[in-house]
Design a protein around this ligand. Structure first.
Ligand code: CU
Length: 195
C-alpha cells in the first residue's frame, strides 16, 4: 500500500514540477590530511553521469611569483583556458611532464595561454627552475572546490541528486564517497586522507 502511494506521488511530482525547478543544495565540510603540513590544496569534486560543464569566458590565471606557481593547485573545467603569467624578474617556462604542452620561456610581465581540452591532473613544471611545481586539475563537473587552509570546502548551488564525491591530493591517496544532496539543504561531509 505504502509502495503504491510513493510511486503515485512520484509520478505526480514528475508531471507537475518542471525539470530543474528544485532548489539547489550545497555540500560543505572538511578533508583532513593530518600527515601533511596543510589540509589546503585538495580538490573536492562531485561527479555524476551526464553533468554538463561550461567553461567561463574569462581565463583562469596561474602566476609565477617568487619562484612559485600561484595558486599551487588550480581546479578548472574541461575546455577552460588558463593564462600563465610571470611576475618575477627572471624568465620562466611552463611545461607539463604528462606530455600535453610546453609553452616556451617568457619574461616578466608576459603571459601565455593554454586551453585544457581533456580532464585530468596536469603537473606544471619550469625547465629553468626544477624546484617549481604546480598542478592544474581539469574536471568534467561544474561542482568542485579546492580546500582552504583548514581543509574546509563549500560547494554551492548543487542540484539535488546523488553524486560521487572525489578528493584529489598531490601527495596522498585520494578517496571517494557516495553522497546525496537534498533540495535546499546543506550536506555535510568530513573525510580523512591517509597515506
Ligand atoms: Cu621558472
Amino acid at each position: 500500500m505504502l509502495k503504491t502511494w510513493v510511486a503515485t506521488a512520484g509520478a505526480v511530482a514528475l508531471s507537475i514540477v518542471p525539470a530543474g525547478a528544485a532548489t539547489p543544495g550545497s555540500v560543505t565540510g572538511t578533508v583532513t590530511a593530518s600527515s601533511l603540513r596543510t589540509s589546503a590544496n585538495l580538490v573536492v569534486s562531485l561527479e555524476a553521469p551526464g553533468l554538463k560543464v561550461t567553461p567561463p569566458a574569462a581565463p583562469a590565471v596561474v602566476d609565477q611569483k617568487d619562484m612559485h606557481f600561484v595558486p599551487h593547485v588550480l581546479a578548472i573545467v574541461k575546455g577552460e583556458t588558463v593564462e600563465f603569467h610571470n611576475s618575477d624578474t627572471v624568465a620562466h617556462n611552463v611545461f607539463s611532464p604528462e606530455g600535453e604542452y610546453d609553452l616556451g620561456t617568457w619574461q616578466h610581465g608576459q603571459s601565455k595561454a593554454h586551453t585544457f581540452a581533456k580532464p585530468g591532473v596536469y603537473t606544471q613544471l619550469c625547465r629553468l627552475h626544477p624546484e617549481m611545481e604546480g598542478f592544474v586539475d581539469v574536471l568534467d563537473t561544474p561542482y568542485f572546490e579546492v580546500t582552504h587552509d583548514n581543509g574546509r570546502f563549500d560547494i554551492k548551488d548543487v542540484p539535488p541528486g546523488t553524486y560521487t564525491l572525489h578528493v584529489w591530493s598531490e601527495k596522498l591517496k585520494g578517496t571517494t564517497k557516495k553522497i546525496t544532496v537534498e533540495s535546499g539543504k546543506p550536506t555535510s561531509v568530513h573525510l580523512t586522507l591517509t597515506k
